[in-house]
Design a protein around this ligand. Structure first.
Ligand SMILES: NC(=O)c1ccc[n+]([C@@H]2O[C@H](COP(=O)([O-])OP(=O)(O)OC[C@H]3O[C@@H](n4cnc5c(N)ncnc54)[C@H](O)[C@@H]3O)[C@@H](O)[C@H]2O)c1
Length: 325
């Protein structure tokens, strides 16, 4: 029975689709291509172009495929944009998400793996951040994801839905065929590599006055292949009768923006000119996961997520795909 992957034409979704196919799973993709790329989806996968809140389309997909589970990636996912345009975020991520969960319930799809985020914690009370830490997002994007988490929890208690909400820290890296291509691009690693290629004259570093050793923000980077693998483990966990849960996906190691740039200079052997700019609204100083639960509950081991390995893979992809998709 196929897995419905929403947002399967996006960065993390497309890698997960490939890894599901490699495990012999059947997959159906639903994506509105607002931020994704048709070329990022394997040509043999049934593809539906549309929004996740389109109930008629969902009913059609459910009629044409006996969907077993849904991996729900589709969302708008830029912190800064969500501060400027909160209405788009609540409409796309929450209103559309509510409609999707209603349609899945209607179609008797009772397993969901949901893309949540460390942005649901906001400014963390403690580092590393465990799943038990208080959640109080610092931006509208984080609130839309936290609201979806609460919805899933309520549906799980009332309707028997089984879900795993995976709270990713920072996705980065590439496979041979799939990489990160967003327009506009706000994520650090692709922008660092664009600066190495001379596509950006100077890389903007937002904030050098954070309470961190070098003053720049610290994040926990996870290779996109490792992230994709966690979704497959989460599906297997649910198939084996696992209880609904919230699980961090991080490595437990944080790197500052300047450390990422330094490592990228080494990997690319290129100059990466930088310019310091003020902090961005809604960006906490340090986000590093307590990653123990993913290991114990899912058996997840992010073996590909060293910073040089992440940068090497993304650099190779950029060179092979100079214009992205
Ligand atoms: N990239 C990260 O570091 C990161 C970190 C934490 C959480 N996440 C979450 O992971 C998920 C995937 O992130 P990504 O980086 O791959 O983003 P992405 O923008 O590359 O992929 C999202 C995909 O969803 C599609 N989409 C968005 N809204 C839709 C809608 N209403 N209907 C149909 N399709 C829609 C887009 O066209 C795109 O293809 C998102 O939910 C994001 O919030 C990402």
């Amino acid at each position: 029975m196929p897995i419905l992957v929403t947002g399967g034409a996006g960065y993390i979704g497309s890698v997960t689709v490939d890894q599901l196919l490699a495990k012999g799973e059947e997959v159906v993709v639903l994506d509105d291509l607002g931020r994704g790329h048709r070329a990022a989806v394997h040509k043999d996968v049934p593809f539906y172009k549309g929004r996740v809140g389109d109930r008629q389309l969902l009913a059609r997909i459910a009629a044409e495929h006996k969907i077993e589970a849904c991996v729900h990636f589709a969302a708008l996912a830029y912190v800064g944009e969500s501060v400027l345009e909160p209405a788009s975020y609540f409409e796309n991520n929450l209103e559309q998400g509510i409609a999707l969960m209603g349609a899945l319930h209607q179609a008797a799809v009772h397993r969901v793996v949901f893309s949540s985020t460390c942005a649901t914690y906001g400014e963390p009370e403690q580092i590393p951040i465990s799943e038990k830490c208080r959640q109080w997002p610092a931006n509208p994007y984080g609130w839309t994801k936290l609201a979806m988490e609460r919805l899933l929890d309520s549906y799980s208690r009332a309707y028997g839905l089984k879900f795993v909400a995976l709270r990713y820290f920072n996705a980065a890296g590439a496979t041979e065929d799939r990489g990160e291509h967003h327009e506009p691009e706000t994520h650090l690693v692709p922008n660092v590599l664009a600066a190495a290629l001379g596509e950006i004259a100077e890389l903007s570093v937002f904030g050098n006055d954070y309470p961190t050793p070098d003053g720049t923000a610290i994040r926990d980077y996870v290779h996109v292949r490792d992230l994709a693998e966690a979704h497959i483990l989460a599906l297997d966990y649910l198939r084996l009768g696992g209880e609904s849960d919230f699980i961090n996906l991080g490595t437990g190691t944080g790197y500052s923006v300047l450390e990422v740039i330094k490592s990228a200079r080494k990997v690319t052997s290129r100059a990466i000119p930088i310019r310091f700019e003020p902090r961005r609204k809604g960006d906490p100083a340090k986000l590093v996961a307590d990653a123990a639960k993913a290991r114990t509950v899912l058996g997840w081991d992010p073996t590909l997520s060293s910073l040089p390995a992440i940068l090497r893979s993304q650099w190779a992809w950029r060179q092979k795909h100079p214009h992205g998709y």
